[in-house]
Design a protein around this ligand. Structure first.
Ligand code: UDP
Length: 194
């Protein structure tokens, strides 16, 4: 069984490596994927908020943090390993380097995102960072941002607006974004730039 249920939220039971392989396979097959790295806070949000729950139920949800691994253990479900956002971001960038994928980065402060883009481009020279943009924009700028991303047709779209806003934003525009795999990465760009 590939799915476990933690307080009603469907989690992938794949380990880290298997999850990356699954994502690569989906990208290569032209399938769209929304990845949610869910910690206990996200699980509680999904319980409280119907709209957010529906977003999570349609996504590929991975266990972000040891709290989820323990919750699975207590309920006898086969989740043995954490799959965290920063680590996934790095692993997917390595795949982007191997496959020469296009990558778009959205979110974080202007200085943070430009430094993160620069560092990722240096570390993964065959990955193509086709664009980036900070996460401090007004709602009336959404349309223009979505259009820019859509024109780039990135294989990977990483969005750092904080949870749950990043998940809600991606879900709202999922059909227009033209991104193969999109994932909310919380504070990851701050970590990478630091
Ligand atoms: N952020 C943003 N726009 C906003 C609010 C936050 O781009 O309007 C960015 C912030 O700069 C940070 C990221 O969202 O890089 C995630 O923030 P936080 O660590 O608070 O989120 P979490 O990791 O809890 O999801």
């Amino acid at each position: 069984k590939q799915v476990a249920s933690i307080l009603g939220v469907p989690f992938s039971t794949r380990g880290f490596r298997e999850s990356v392989e699954y994502m690569v396979e989906r990208i290569e097959n032209g399938e769209r994927t929304h990845v949610v790295t869910a910690n206990p806070e996200i699980v509680m949000l999904a319980r409280e908020n119907r709209d957010f729950r529906s977003i999570v139920e349609q996504a590929y949800v991975v266990p972000d943090g040891i709290g989820i691994v323990y919750a699975a253990k207590w309920t006898n479900q086969p989740i043995y390993e954490r799959v965290t956002g920063v680590e996934l971001l790095e692993a997917l960038m390595l795949e982007a380097d191997r496959h020469r994928w296009d990558v778009y980065l959205l979110g974080a402060r202007p200085d943070v995102i430009s430094l993160a883009a620069q560092k990722l481009a240096e570390r993964y020279p065959n990955a193509r960072v086709v664009g980036y943009r900070d996460g401090y924009f007004r709602q009336d700028e959404d349309e223009q941002i979505v259009r820019e991303i859509a024109e780039k047709k990135p294989h990977l779209l990483f969005v750092a607006l904080g949870a749950p806003r990043q998940e809600e934003w991606m879900n709202k525009y999922r059909d227009q974004l033209n991104a193969s795999l999109m994932m909310g990465v919380g504070g990851s760009f701050d970590v990478i730039s630091g």
